[in-house]
Design a protein around this ligand. Structure first.
Ligand code: PA5
Length: 438
């Protein structure tokens, strides 16, 4: 794989025998995953998406996006949580690497209930040729449903019934649900998210692949990368070979030693939404039953100037994982200047990648010294192929950490509590009999 794992700055707190002591359990849990005998086994469809997604589905996604791209210069992706973050992560990670020649501008909606955001979006779309993709597996998520209603009405006013129909695609669960019914009633084209793939594990289904393709990313390359990871990480659970499980083992042991917060920090801004995607994957999968690492994210070096003090000297309850890429797509060097008035003469001829790498190494050493163990995951390059590997790597690692901790990583019973309260407060018909919150 093109992802390397570095544990140099965690060896002081986690010894090799401690890691090895988990091997037997990891072997057993790996078998439970592969043979679908563990908890949550109805939601393991993500494990073999790279190898089992039919080529005909990728063809259909590619031909639909070709057709859509001809009609629009603005594409709105409507969804939240797992039905949004994977696409956004890939689109922002690969933005300048994409084939942008014909790609529309990509907008997101339904990931917030902010009135101003949606008002401004609708205004921006006025002068554009627009296509829309609603993504909601359940078909009932309030944020996406509201945004979709706003946008559907906008589209019908702008293009009429028939014009809107050609420009709207619905991606939902295969079972009967509100959005499935609506799509049939209105005649919208549909893609399906397999029943056995949960939202946060769905980036490699149509939920992620269609919007990613719309942004000009080569989705076959993304899937090929994920396939490489699937093959490597399902072949063996040996910790000297399976880096996703080794990362999971460190996470599990660090948590046991009171490092209850994982700060995933990136030094390259293209990772901004990959961090958000990971945060949901880890938080929703592992945080239950009174357990779970609290996943948090940092954008370095900017956050070294805000969180840096807390990391270096605050409560010693965190560890860091650095998410890095070996090289940027574009090289910028510090140019020679006639005078050294800005004091940067010592950096002349050095690239920003070189300087950023020293910032990483300096922070990793200082934080380690200060009692914050850190790990690093390093991608070879900023490509769809590497990102496909990374998506799959994190899915495997989080599934294994959940199993090690004794939780079901594939459900999310806790998110229903706030929804029940909110729907009660909104007098949603099916909820009005529940507990009343004032
Ligand atoms: O991971 C999850 O299951 C959630 O984050 C969902 O993806 C999110 O709540 C959106 O759900 P839906 O796709 O049903 O609209």
């Amino acid at each position: 794989m093109d992802i390397s794992f570095n544990n140099d700055n965690a060896r002081k707190i986690i010894s090799t025998p401690e890691i090895s002591s988990l091997q037997e359990n990891i072997d057993h849990l790996h078998t439970a995953l592969e043979e679908k005998t563990g908890v949550g086994s109805d939601y393991l469809g993500w494990m073999h998406l790279p190898s089992q997604t039919p080529s005909s589905l990728l063809d259909s996604i590619c031909s639909t996006q070709d057709e859509m791209r001809e009609q629009c210069d603005a594409f709105v992706c409507v969804g939240i949580g797992g039905s949004y973050l994977g696409a956004r992560a890939a689109i922002s990670f690969l933005s300048s690497a994409n084939n942008k020649e014909y790609a529309p501008e990509i907008y997101f909606a339904g990931n917030t209930m902010c009135s101003d955001y949606h008002a401004e979006l609708l205004q921006t779309l006025e002068d554009k040729e627009v296509c829309i993709n609603l993504i909601s597996k359940s078909g009932t998520t309030l944020e996406s449903a509201i945004a979709f209603r706003l946008l559907r009405i906008f589209m019908k006013k702008k293009y009429g019934e028939e014009g809107a129909r050609r420009r709207i695609i619905v991606t939902t669960g295969p079972q009967k649900n509100i959005m499935n019914d609506l799509a049939k009633e209105e005649g919208y084209r549909s893609f399906y998210i397999p029943e056995d793939v949960g939202g946060r594990f769905s980036v490699l289904t149509s939920a992620g692949l269609f919007p990613i393709a719309m942004a000009g990313v080569n989705i076959r390359e993304l899937m090929d990368g994920a396939l490489m990871a699937e093959r490597e990480l399902s072949r063996s659970s040996d910790l000297s070979f399976n880096s996703a499980y080794l990362y999971a083992a460190y996470r599990y042991l660090l948590f046991q030693k009171g490092k209850t917060i994982e700060l995933m920090a990136a030094f390259h801004s293209s990772f901004d939404y990959v961090l958000e995607w990971w945060k949901q994957l880890a938080g929703e999968s592992e945080g239950k039953g009174g357990k779970g690492i609290f996943p948090s994210t940092a954008h370095y070096t900017t956050d070294l100037h805000s969180l840096g003090q807390r990391v270096q000297e605050g409560t010693r309850n965190l560890f860091e994982t650095f998410l890095l890429v070996k090289k940027s797509l574009k090289v910028i060097e510090i140019e020679r200047s006639d005078s050294d008035i800005d004091g940067l003469g010592y950096l002349e001829g050095k690239s920003l990648d070189f300087i950023n790498d020293k910032a990483y190494k300096g922070s990793a050493a200082a934080h380690h010294e200060g009692g914050v163990p850190n790990l690093a995951l390093i991608l070879k390059e900023r490509s769809a192929h590497n990102l496909g590997q990374l998506f799959y790597f994190f899915e495997r690692a989080v599934a294994m950490t959940g199993y090690l901790s004794g939780v079901n990583p594939f459900n999310q019973p806790g998110v229903e509590s706030y929804k029940n309260n909110m729907f009660n407060l909104l007098n949603k018909p099916s909820h009005t009999k529940g507990r009343q919150i004032k």
